[in-house]
Design a protein around this ligand. Structure first.
Ligand code: ADP
Length: 261
């Protein structure tokens, strides 16, 4: 799905990404982890085409990213930020419908009934039906994030890029959000690349983790191979205990207070 070969990116004199090689297969769920400022968002911005690399190449489904038009790219991939939508006056239903823009023809038309059915189905799945006519400006952060996910789902992409999507969500909505993405991945073979700060969520939901530190990839692979106390100390500068989740058998992190050193 994505092939990144020898990619580097600098802002002025600051080398933010250095010679990155990374392959993402269709249907995988990747978590991008690493300290603040390590280059995770920059990597997402390069994949979404918002930024251009200084060196190296990025291929999407076998073709250079630069060969796609904006419209064809937005049928293939969708991006969701940590605070997905501003507090504007648009009602939820209209926001979800905006996800269909990349499919409208030059007259701005699309087959009406299919569209309505799709949007209704998504709103039901995301428990947005009751909020359909409410403007975004009166919704809670969690509700707005669900509306943002609805818009992204309506876009029917093959790849979603998520940048810390659960940051402003409470525990229940964090799990709900990740479950919705994981269900979508399993049902439709969606490819997911998500920056995540919460390593426990990352271990629970991701098939693979990419660890970035100071603009370079330091490890990549399944969570149970990648998450080690040594890696966490080296990359995040934090001492931890890793335990095995009793249900999923994935690693989970217990933080240590500095005082216990
Ligand atoms: P992360 O997502 O891992 O926190 P970022 O990719 O956002 O890291 O940022 C990596 C570094 O690049 C940071 O030092 C940041 O200040 C810098 N940076 C990111 N975007 C820009 C930009 N548009 N202009 C200048 N510097 C930037």
């Amino acid at each position: 799905m994505i092939e990144i070969t020898g990619v580097s990116k600098a802002y002025g004199r600051q080398h933010v990404l250095k010679d990155v090689y990374w392959r993402v297969q269709a249907g995988e769920f990747w978590g991008l982890i690493g300290p603040n400022g390590s280059g995770k968002t920059t990597l997402l911005n390069l994949i979404s085409g918002v930024e251009q690399p200084d060196a190296g190449s990025i291929m999407l489904q076998g073709a250079p990213l630069s060969s796609y038009t904006r419209k064809s790219l937005s049928r293939k991939m969708a991006v969701l930020q940590q605070d997905g939508l501003p507090r504007v006056a648009y009602p939820v239903r209209e926001v979800v419908e905006m996800g269909r823009f990349p499919y409208q023809d030059w007259r701005g038309r699309e087959k009406h009934e299919d569209n309505v059915r799709l949007v209704e189905g998504i709103m039901e799945k995301l428990e947005l039906t009751e909020l359909a006519d409410r403007p975004l400006s009166v919704l809670s952060g969690g509700q707005r994030q669900r509306a943002a996910l609805g818009k992204v789902m309506a876009q029917q992409p093959e790849l979603v890029l998520l940048d810390e999507p659960t940051t402003y969500l409470d525990l229940r909505y964090q799990i709900q959000f990740m479950e919705l993405i994981a269900d979508w991945q399993k049902q439709d073979g969606l490819t997911v690349v998500s920056v995540l700060h919460d390593l426990n969520l990352a271990a629970l939901f991701c098939d693979r983790l990419l660890v970035i530190s100071e603009g370079g990839i330091v490890a990549q692979g399944p969570p149970d191979e990648i998450l080690t106390e040594k890696m966490i100390e080296e990359v995040f500068g934090v001492k931890s205990h890793l335990v095995v989740h009793p249900d999923t058998k994935t690693p989970q992190l217990l933080l240590q207070r500095a005082i216990e050193k």
